[in-house]
Ligand binder design. Structure first.
Ligand code: HEC
Ligand code: HEC
Ligand code: HEC
Ligand code: HEC
Ligand code: HEC
Length: 210
């Protein structure tokens, strides 16, 4: 085979591989689904069912914003500190609980509090570093546009708006029914851009990329 021809063939092959890789990554960013049907194991088996589950279903019915205090005020929702947990768990020890796991799991929390150690929760949702996401603007928009909320039937107030806690299901599903939080929505580029387009939100690259 003439040298020029084999060079051409190799060039074409390399080109194809490069193209394949690009198509894979772009396709993944646009359409990829969250990996794994189950959420990660956490250092303490904290159940949203017990804390955020409705009182009728045997939960405490705590509001999402009681713990995720920054969610309608800034970019990050934030997870409560050990001190916030101890507001209840200095008294609620899990002793005599009907739940077989309560005593052991709450003891881990109380030990961390005694030692002044934070808990290294494993992130369930995590966008790449080059993407910017902000909670507050989304929460405020959804509070005023209940018809855009999915995965739940929000309780609409007299003025047509809803509580902040009613908006979370749109991107996170029914967390109050999850013993272990898992990601239920893709939250990939295509998903974000589709919703932005449908709601007249910015779709220029700089809106979401640093
Ligand atoms: C008693 C406090 C408390 C309440 C109430 C609470 N959460 Fe959480 N939430 C936590 C803690 C602690 C974590 C970290 C451990 C975990 O992922 O389970 C967490 C994690 C999460 C995560 C995963 C964060 C990540 O890493 O991506 C989401 C989403 C979430 N909560 C949504 C909600 C929603 C929605 C509600 C209301 C239905 C709610 N939470 C109510 C304490 C709480
Ligand atoms: C408003 C009060 C309150 C707050 C705040 C609170 N808890 Fe609880 N938690 C409870 C109660 C009540 C129970 C049920 C205890 C039982 O079963 O006897 C419970 C149960 C638990 C259990 C045991 C679940 C089981 O059945 O295995 C864990 C673990 C736990 N909480 C961790 C946390 C952590 C971590 C935080 C902070 C992010 C927190 N709690 C914040 C009231 C609270
Ligand atoms: C428009 C979609 C959307 C809505 C609505 C939404 N979230 Fe999120 N949430 C995300 C995304 C995306 C991430 C990952 C952000 C990242 O990695 O930078 C996230 C991360 C989180 C985290 C973990 C990281 C952090 O920000 O502290 C918690 C906790 C959380 N969300 C709670 C909530 C709660 C509670 C609500 C409702 C009050 C809510 N979210 C509403 C999309 C949403
Ligand atoms: C439920 C629909 C919906 C989803 C899903 C959604 N967004 Fe948004 N987003 C909006 C709306 C609507 C606005 C404009 C809100 C306003 O300005 O009132 C917005 C605003 C923003 C802003 C602020 C832009 C600016 O310049 O003001 C950023 C950043 C953003 N979104 C990033 C994301 C990312 C990243 C994702 C995916 C992980 C995402 N959004 C998913 C509806 C959505
Ligand atoms: C509404 C928010 C949003 C807008 C607008 C947006 N992106 Fe993205 N983009 C994302 C998110 C979220 C990801 C991360 C997807 C993932 O998790 O892999 C991403 C990932 C990417 C990636 C990395 C692909 C990979 O696999 O790592 C590139 C490249 C990219 N975007 C380019 C662009 C360009 C170019 C534009 C403008 C035409 C744009 N984006 C507009 C949200 C957005």
């Amino acid at each position: 085979m003439p040298k020029a021809l084999s060079r051409l063939l190799i060039g074409a092959l390399v080109g194809l591989v490069v193209l394949g890789v690009i198509v894979f990554f772009v396709g993944n960013a646009w359409f990829g689904l969250p990996v794994g049907a189950q959420g990660p194991e956490q250092p303490i088996a904290f159940p949203h069912t017990v804390h955020a589950g409705s009182v009728e279903s045997g939960g405490l019915g705590l509001d999402c914003t009681f713990c995720h205090r920054n969610v309608d005020k800034g970019a990050a929702a934030t997870v409560p500190s050990v001190q916030q947990c101890m507001f209840c768990h200095s008294k609620v020890t899990g002793e005599g609980s009907t739940s077989p796991t309560a005593l052991a799991e709450i003891t881990k929390l109380r030990t961390a509090a005694e030692q002044g150690e934070p808990i290294s929760w494993v992130r369930v949702h995590r966008l790449p570093d080059h993407v910017q996401f902000v909670h507050d603007v989304h929460i405020r928009y959804l509070m005023e546009s209940p018809d855009v909320i999915v995965n739940s039937t929000p309780a609409i107030r007299q003025d047509g708006t809803v509580d902040a806690a009613q908006t979370c299901s749109t991107c996170h599903g029914q967390v109050a029914t999850m013993a272990k939080v898992k990601q239920v929505r893709a939250l990939k580029m295509g998903d974000c851009v589709d919703c932005h387009r449908a709601n007249n939100a910015p779709t220029d690259c700089a809106a979401c990329h640093y």
